[in-house]
Design a binder for this molecule. Sequence first.
Ligand code: MLT
Length: 322
Amino acid sequence: MRKIVLAALAVLAAGGSALSENFPSHPITIIVPFSAGGPSDAMARVLAERMKATLGEALLIENVTGAGGSIGVGRAVRSLPDGYTISFGHLGTHVANGAIYKLGYDLVTDLEPVVLLPSNPMIIVSKNAVPAKSLKELLAWLKSRPAPPTAGTAGAGSGSHIAGLYFENVSGVKLQYVPYRGTGPALNDLVAGQIDVIVDQTSNSINQVRGGNIRAYAITADKRLDSAPEIPTTDEAGLPGFHMTLWSGLWVPKDTPKDIVAKLNAAAVGALNDPAVRKQLENLGLQMPPSDQLSPQALGVWQKAEIAKWWPMIKAANVKVD
Ligand code: MLT
């Protein structure tokens, strides 16, 4: 079936087709590979609302979770290359997972990059019951635990897991990972004191930090956030060099006609350039991608560079997945 549709699409694409000219003619689905209410879901919903204005059709969010986001990405890869299924992902799902899982698809050749999205510096947060007021005190407390302290993640290969591995590497702390289907539910358990820490995306935790429901120790950026100047950087707080930003992006299945990719890219770039959208995302600590990095090709080049950078560390961590 897919072969027939591909053949039809190829003919249509070659003919500069009605398919692209009339795109979109019905709602589009964005597959978010993590739970509703988490950082990926939140960003996808803000962008979808604004992209609708440009594309004239609704963009519906479908949360397809599990296996560090690799199940949701797989669903998008197997979708028709007609522009109506978009894969939302990030450093975890579209880089790290390729070094951890037998995916059954190729993150570079089975997907077409559409646009690089804002990035999140990571934030080291704990439940309020932890008797530590600084990162140094937190590290001492974590190392003094009789059993490895528990760290919430969105599953092996997710951003919060890769950040946890990196944190273990630079701090010498050993963590016991507790996987969730997203850092939305993990954060709920941190607020409830069910787990000890998360190395989370700032946009996910920042409001709970502001509400005093969890405690923040440092962000993994080289300078403080304008939206949270009270939180020190890891350099200032005692983990020099622990820098990490979790960038996100949009992809479509390979063989999606180029002019449809261009339409989706234009709508996403339009959303990112909308002052109200920027304000909303920057207030959550998100950092906008550089304006010369917004073409589909730029995401493709960046993804390959990140694969080359991160796979050695992730493979060395020898992450076990069922
Ligand atoms: C989420 O939306 O839950 C996150 O992106 C998960 C993660 O990668 O940590």
